[in-house]
Every structure is written in C-alpha cells, then in structure tokens.
Write a protein that binds this ligand. Structure first.
Ligand code: 48F
Length: 263
C-alpha cells in the first residue's frame, strides 16, 4: 500500500520528536562527532550512560575521512589498536608499533559502533553556547541549526541539559573558547588558565600530551581530542590518529566520573 506524503512527514516528525525529547536531559552532551567525540560516545553508551553527539556538519567523522592530504589512510599506534579493532576496523601492521587503516572504514565503523552501543547522533546541529548556573558550572549545551548559523538568521536557540559537557570540536575548541569569551576572567583548570592555541606539528609530543591533558577544564566541561591540544597549547600531529581514540576513551572515563559525582 502506497504511503502518502503526509504519512512520510508524520513518520519523520514523530521519530525525531520522540528521540530528541529523550535527549533533553543527558548524562553527557558531546559537541563534535570526529574520532575523539565518537569514541567517547561509544564507551559511554556501552556503559549505559545517556549520551548524545551534536555535530554541526551534515556528516560525522570530522577530519578523519580524508586521511593524510586526501589519501584515505590513517596511522594508528599499537596502544590504540584494540580500540580501533574493537570497532571492527581492519588494520595492517606497517612499522614496528604502528598500523595503517582505511580512514573511510574507520569513520563508518566507529560511528556504527557508537550508534549500536546506544549513543544518539544529531547532525546539522551546532553547539553555539553553554548553559551555566550560579556555581559557575556548565550544565548543558545551547543548540541551533548549522544552517541558521550559516545564514546568519536571528533565530533563538534551544537547550539540552547534561551532567557533563564534552568539547570534542577539534582544532577550534569551540565550546571552551565560548566559555572563555562569555565568562570574562574565568580561569580554566589548565596549565595557564586560558586557551593557549594549538602549536605546529610535532606528532610524538602531541600524541603524548593529548592523553595527559584530556580532563575537566571548567566545572562541568571536559575536553577530548584536538580540542585538548588547542586548550593546552600542545602540537598538532597530522594523520596519526591513535591519540584521538585514546583521548576519546579517557574522556569517557573522566565524563563517567563527573556524571557519578553529580548523580
Ligand atoms: O576535527 P575533528 O576530527 O576533531 P577530533 O575528533 O580529531 C582530530 C582529527 O580529525 C585530526 C587530527 C589527527 O591527528 O589532528 O584533525 O579531535 O572533529 C571535530 C568535529 O567537531 C565539529 C566539526 O564539524 C567536526 O566534525 N564541530 C566543531 N565545532 C562545533 C562542532 C560546534 N560548535 N558544534 C558542533 N560541532
């Protein structure tokens, strides 16, 4: 029996409303669906936390699709191999302690793993601000359609509350920068107390510091992935991705502790 256009519309609106309403009160809200945010979502969802990713692009995967300079391959260190293979990705040994994988396969399979574990992923949605309460704690994210942002239309946003908010927005550390801009004089829980900005490429140092510094940087707000290196002034690494998965996994552990202390 053919389905009328009205029924198609109803199916979309009902499905969207039901699932989005479930996301109004989250354990963890993640800004950015790159490798770090997606890995964090996977581990949190697997542990039964209520987690959603808000990704401003129409697609997830961030900077991973294009591998290195559009050659769709990524390099993964030994330490991250279990995580990536856990998503079902095939990796080939390439050098002692290093593996090579297909970037398209990795984006697709880590996304599928996060969704299968129970994470919700919303695309085309920008985190444009955070909610804050008297105790200066970040208590949620303020959302708008990316299309509205790009068109510079004056449309008020909507909001979602969360026990922990994760900035996984990559090189821009967009959410932390918003907090810094909107709360003048605020001090981040980082080495300098403010966003330093990412340094030029030095893979070895960048890959180490990203794990050490994946943590809560403002009450209620933690960083994961390249947002971490941007906040702490650590170097970029290029097409070596182990740090993104390891940072995402650590971010999930940190977020889980933040949620448990607030519950
Ligand atoms: O940039 P991105 O992939 O960050 P990541 O997970 O991984 C970095 C690597 O891809 C690579 C690298 C490896 O050595 O350096 O660059 O740390 O993913 C960040 C995602 O966040 C989205 C953006 O579209 C991208 O998909 N994003 C950025 N700002 C916002 C946002 C925002 N305000 N709201 C929602 N999404």
């Amino acid at each position: 029996m053919p389905l009328s256009e009205i029924e198609v519309t109803r199916g979309i609106l009902e499905g969207f409303s039901r699932d989005f309403l479930e996301c109004l009160s989250l354990d963890v809200a993640i800004a950015g669906g790159g490798p770090a945010g997606m890995t964090a979502a996977y581990f949190l969802a697997r542990e039964g936390f209520k987690v959603a990713i808000f990704e401003r692009n129409l697609h997830v995967g961030g900077g991973m699709w294009g591998g290195g300079m559009l050659f769709p391959r990524i390099i993964i260190q030994e330490e991250a191999v279990d995580i990536v293979r856990g998503f079902g990705v095939r990796l080939e040994p390439f050098h002692e302690g290093y593996y090579v994988g297909d970037s398209v396969e990795t984006v697709s399979k880590c996304t599928a793993a996060a969704l299968d574990a129970g994470a919700r992923v919303w695309v085309g949605v920008s985190v444009e601000d955070v909610m804050i309460r008297e105790d200066d704690r970040v208590t949620g994210v303020v959302l708008n359609w990316r299309a509205v942002e790009l068109a510079q239309m004056h449309v008020d946003p909507l909001a979602v509350e969360a026990k922990a908010v994760m900035d996984a927005t990559g090189h821009e550390c967009d959410v932390v920068r918003t907090v810094e801009r909107k709360i003048p004089g605020c001090r981040l829980m980082s080495t300098t107390g403010s966003v330093v900005g990412e340094k030029p490429m030095w893979s070895e140092v960048g890959e180490k510091e990203i794990i050490d510094n994946t943590r809560e940087v403002y009450p209620g707000l933690l960083v994961a992935g390249m947002a971490t290196n941007a906040v702490f002034g650590s170097p970029r690494m290029g097409a070596i991705f182990g740090g993104m998965f390891l940072s995402g996994k650590k971010a999930a552990e940190v977020a889980a502790e933040m949620v448990q202390t607030r519950s």
